[in-house]
Design a protein around this ligand. Structure first.
Ligand code: ATP
Ligand code: MG
Length: 264
């Protein structure tokens, strides 16, 4: 009699998602942090990687910016266990950014395979998480290129204002360049409309323009302009911890459901 044994290996296939837009202040960090928080609440393991020398993501979840962070990690000066921090929210971890990261563009410039540092570091821990959210700086420098090379998907937060779309053509070109030369698996995950002001016609025009250009890549849930979202980081809290009933909180909760639905 032949007996067959089936070994089922339960392994999470982690998705790495970068939030990118070279335009500053469009809601990259706010979106990565609050989406991550609501997705963790849905029972998923989420890792936030603060890949911006400004360190806003680390501050927004009350992270420790003095200990070794993403800089030490990608240069193998610190191990994954040394850099991963638990946040106050179950299922939501952080790798922080400290000031050392500011010099990374110059440091990596001369290195072979300089675009692959974040990707290589991520390999080891990728399948411990359902989602890895990478925050990026407002530029298309080597830091952002490392982020794009490490990512499966790019989410583009778009501030709902005039000229929002014009700025994206350079970003889309960079994404295509990375896809062709460095990371064939890279895809556009979606466009997230942020800071929408429902009282103005202007916002509506920009939404229409985004839909015409990016079509079904635009997430249905737009994030409204809401002061609670701007206040929360100063307390080192996500919007869920700070004001869960606010319009901003509600919107990110809805968006989290949409993202989990779309990105399996
Ligand atoms: N929906 C919103 N309503 C009100 N304020 C918001 C909203 N989203 C973000 N903000 C605030 O706007 C500012 C810019 O947002 P955020 O830091 O998320 O943008 P960013 O794209 O990450 O910026 P940078 O390019 O500098 O990294 C922050 O002060 C943030 O708290
Ligand atoms: Mg930011």
């Amino acid at each position: 009699m032949i007996k067959s044994y089936y070994i089922v290996i339960m392994m999470t296939m982690g998705k790495s998602i970068i939030f990118a837009n070279q335009k500053g202040g469009v809601g990259k960090t706010t979106t990565a942090v609050n989406l991550g928080s609501y997705i963790a609440e849905m029972g998923k393991n989420v890792l936030l990687v603060d890949f911006d020398p400004q360190g806003n993501m680390s501050l927004a979840v009350g992270g420790d910016r003095k200990r070794p962070g993403v800089y030490e990690w990608i240069l193998k000066k610190a191990s994954s266990t040394e850099v991963i921090q638990r946040t106050a929210e179950p299922g939501l971890d952080l790798i922080s950014a400290n000031v050392n990261l500011s010099g990374i563009n110059v440091e990596l410039a001369e290195q072979p395979q300089r675009e692959f540092f974040l990707r290589n570091a991520l390999q080891e821990i990728k399948n411990n998480y359902h989602y890895i959210f990478i925050d990026s700086p407002p530029s298309l420098d080597l830091v952002t290129v490392n982020g794009l090379t490490a990512a499966d998907l790019v989410m583009i937060p778009l501030q709902t204002e005039f000229f929002a779309i014009e700025g994206t053509s350079q970003l889309v070109r960079t994404i295509m360049m990375v896809k062709q030369n460095l990371n064939p698996g890279l895809e556009l995950g979606g466009i997230i409309l942020t800071m929408k002001d429902n009282r103005t016609h202007l916002s509506k025009n920009v939404v229409d323009e985004a839909l015409a250009y990016f079509k079904d890549k635009v997430f249905r849930t737009a994030i409204p302009r809401n002061v609670a979202l701007a206040e929360a980081p100063s307390f080192g809290k996500t919007i869920k911890a700070y004001q869960p009933m606010s319009p901003g909180a509600r919107a990110y909760e809805l968006l989290a459901k949409e993202v989990v639905e779309r990105v399996k």
